[in-house]
Design a protein around this ligand. Sequence first.
Ligand SMILES: Nc1ncnc2c1ncn2[C@@H]1O[C@H](COP(=O)(O)OP(=O)(O)O)[C@@H](O)[C@H]1O
Ligand SMILES: N[C@@H](CCC(=O)OP(=O)(O)O)C(=O)O
Length: 389
Amino acid sequence: MIDLARQQLAHDADPLVVKVGTRCLTLPDGTLDECQVESIAEQLVRIGAGTTRRVVLVSSGAVGAGIGLLKLPERPTDLPSLQAAAAVGQCHLMESYNRAFQEHGLLAAQVLLTADDINDRRRYLNFRNAIRALFEYGAIPIVNENDTVRTAELSRTVGDNDQLAAMVTNALRAPLLVILTDVDGLYDGDPADESSQVIGMVEAIDESTTGFAVVGTHKSGPVLSKGGMLSKLQAASIATHAGESVILANGRSPNILVDLMAGEPLGTLIPGQGGRLAERKRWIGSAAMPIGALTLDAGAVEAVAERGKSLLPIGIKAITGIFDKGDLVSLIDEAGVEIARGLTNYDSSDLGKIMGQPSEAIADILGRAPYSVAVHRNDLALVRDAEGS
Ligand SMILES: Nc1ncnc2c1ncn2[C@@H]1O[C@H](COP(=O)(O)OP(=O)(O)O)[C@@H](O)[C@H]1O
Ligand SMILES: N[C@@H](CCC(=O)OP(=O)(O)O)C(=O)O
């Protein structure tokens, strides 16, 4: 049955981001399921990809495809071998997509990204411009994490394609992210348990929702395919806090994308929270990850959070992390609660010297005073804006 709200959401979904998980793309032996690739491509064409609707596909599956091609007896567990499998598999994955899209007269475009590409504002803007150019040419951008340069330990890595897809959604201001996997949506218990039911709508992601994600049901081991339902909910949280909606659905269900775009109430809908954020605030608030933190005294918290003021050095009580001028930092209160994120005008070393001091003293302390404020209000996004309250 068509749901009118879902129909409107589908109608407005331009650009649309579709994320396809490994479970949806691989056969039981771990190799690439070419029929699924063809089905995804065919459905995307039917819902207007490359012609009437701008679509970005975020696709996993490189590791699975690589394992099959390299004839590995089992899935490797060490990072270099997984990266090698991903590198081999990515070619095959893209060949398959390209072949499938060419059947419909369209070209596939490979886009390999890491979280750092989105955290760096210049690279982020370049990424967005490249995607826009691909839209103009009617090519289909197919994003995957750049696995060969990924380092599991790096704090600024995304971790998996679910969250990368959410970042891409926010970067492109896509009103809808569809995450396809091998189950019908978020279940209220273990999906393997017959008494568990799919939740049609999740109003907001909180502990009760994330509590439904059964950790370890699948894929607890592999380093390059470690999404899981919790990761999908975390991704949904990133996108919905920027005001975009997310649907979790079964990519193995025939015609799922066509049905969703017709407004069928399938899967689990997590509607966008509050208003949609302006582009720059969206990047600051939710696309990028902070690499340091500034602890604010109570007066500064009030000035920034309640009066919309810039952050002055005098209101900073402590600095955590090593960062450069222009980097994204968290602004936290003395209890450690994040109240905002912003781009700092000074690096951590200079900020350490001027914190707690009036702005008039900056020139004396540093020998120069390029900025009177530590973080300008135009470069700040309040956490509560991101939460839409
Ligand atoms: N509450 C839940 N509802 C639905 N799926 C869940 C839940 N808890 C755990 N899962 C598991 O999450 C898996 C999907 O995540 P993942 O393995 O990362 O898929 P993909 O490779 O498609 O991204 C499902 O196959 C399911 O077994
Ligand atoms: N980049 C990896 C996928 C990593 C990943 O996030 O997998 P999944 O949880 O299935 O979306 C690959 O292409 O195999």
